[in-house]
Design a binder for this molecule. Structure first.
Ligand SMILES: Cc1cc2nc3c(=O)[nH]c(=O)nc-3n(C[C@H](O)[C@H](O)[C@H](O)COP(=O)(O)OP(=O)(O)OC[C@H]3O[C@@H](n4cnc5c(N)ncnc54)[C@H](O)[C@@H]3O)c2cc1C
Length: 385
């Protein structure tokens, strides 16, 4: 049983009502759109922005509708339940402003939040480059100071919301000789001359959300667009990812919960050899394992967020939550298809789509292996309890 506050229950109702009306009826069709640059259901997402689903990690003084960490996790789980793509559009926009929330001034937070609130409603977090994924410190994009401006050159790849973002948080080397310690973060409005989208990735799943290559050719931004301090970009990026890992875990819990619900509905109805499939012990044990994985994942998300809320170290627990929840959700989606037999594998059913979508969650914001590096590093240091 989930323990929810009144506020959390209300958000679940709001998200449920919205998704049943605006997201569920269209997602399977939009998933089939062949051209990845045209696969974004803008109208439906715009309605979600009106509900504040892209800004609930942005403080009220900056125009957002910030909720506490546990409520945010409940909201991400609920959005994931209906559609992981839609949920990730919202989560990435919230994520993109986190470096400013971590390292920026109140004025910067207000100013950059405005780009999202008064723009189309999307933001992007642009860290990855062709040679720099897990090894995130090896960024080659550069930013050079020229008077009161920074001039950015380089390219990024696999950037979520890249094609729609009003503003992107871009990580660039301001002192390439210092490696990761020479990186800085910049807020770059996407209308700035020299900024271009060079590719929309054609993906296996996660199809109704853009994943783009971006190019920066002498992109000039005011000195003020430097987030926090020069040379602190890598620290801000890692802190951002630390803070958001439990959110990704929550999204995965939502996807897994839906996959289990779909499978349950099927096995209760489907009769083989004279009895519903759900009456077979081998099947019941699969159901028990799936439900347990979902509950453990949710509790790990709650625990990591509670540590973060109390100002205690939470890096290891957040990495564990992301690792366990995303890999478990992958297993639950695979098992859900198995439970549904041939029907589960067909594209007319949402479980097949969720199975393609969930794989991305095991890759972005730090792969499963990267989470293990974080966890084992903490454990081996002897500091983790
Ligand atoms: C759908 C999608 C959306 C994305 N959105 C964004 C975004 O919005 N912004 C952004 O900046 N990036 C984004 N990414 C990029 C994502 O963060 C990277 O793909 C991810 O960090 C892995 O980097 P890579 O693809 O270069 O793989 P690599 O780093 O090349 O890794 C290849 C494999 O080696 C493993 N590996 C690497 N190093 C080690 C090691 N030391 N020990 C053990 N195993 C290792 C990895 O786990 C992986 O299995 C997105 C990716 C996807 C798929």
């Amino acid at each position: 049983m989930r323990l929810l506050t009144d506020e959390q229950k209300k958000w679940c109702e709001t998200i449920g009502e919205f998704c049943k009306k605006e997201i569920e009826p269209i997602m399977l069709e939009w998933d089939k759109v062949v051209d990845p640059s045209k696969a974004i259901p803008f109208d439906a997402y715009a309605k979600a922005f009106k509900l504040g689903l892209n800004t609930f990690e942005i403080p009220e003084y900056a125009g957002g509708n910030k909720v506490d960490l546990h409520t945010a996790a409940v909201m991400y789980e609920e959005m994931g339940y209906y559609d992981g793509n839609f949920a990730s559009v919202m989560q990435t926009t919230n994520l993109a402003l986190k470096p400013v929330l971590i390292g920026g001034s109140d004025e910067q937070i207000k100013y950059f939040a405005k780009h999202i609130l008064e723009g189309k409603g999307y933001a992007a977090f642009a860290l990855t480059e062709p040679q720099s994924g897990s090894d995130a410190g090896s960024v080659l994009t550069t930013a050079v100071k020229d008077g009161d401006e920074w001039v950015i050159n380089g390219e990024k790849c696999f950037i979520t919301n890249g094609g729609e973002a009003d503003i992107a948080c871009v990580f660039a080397a301001t002192d390439p000789s210092k490696g990761a310690k020479g990186l800085s973060a910049f807020m770059v409005p996407t209308t700035t001359p020299g900024f271009s989208v060079t590719k929309y990735e054609d993906k296996s799943g996660f199809r109704t959300i853009s994943t783009c290559s971006l190019k920066f050719e002498n992109v000039r931004v005011p000195a003020w667009n430097l987030v926090g301090e020069e040379g602190k970009g890598f620290t801000y990026a890692m802190k951002t990812l630390d803070k958001s890992r439990a959110c990704v875990g929550a999204l995965a819990v939502g996807i897994a919960r839906r996959a289990l619900d779909e499978a349950l509905a099927f096995i209760k109805e489907r009769v083989t050899f004279g009895k519903p499939v759900s009456t077979r012990q081998g099947i019941q044990w699969m159901v028990a394992e799936m439900a347990t994985k979902i509950e453990v994942s949710r509790q790990m998300v709650i625990h990591a967020n509670e540590l973060q809320k109390q100002g205690l170290p939470f890096s290891k627990e957040a990495a564990m939550a992301k690792l366990f929840a995303t890999e478990s959700a992958m297993e639950v989606c695979t098992d859900a298809i198995q439970l549904m037999g041939g029907k589960g594998y067909m594209k007319e059913d949402c479980v097949e789509k969720m199975w393609r979508d969930i794989k991305a969650y095991c890759i972005f914001e730090g792969t499963t292996q990267v989470q293990k590096i974080v966890i084992s590093g903490a454990v081996l240091s002897g500091k983790a309890n």
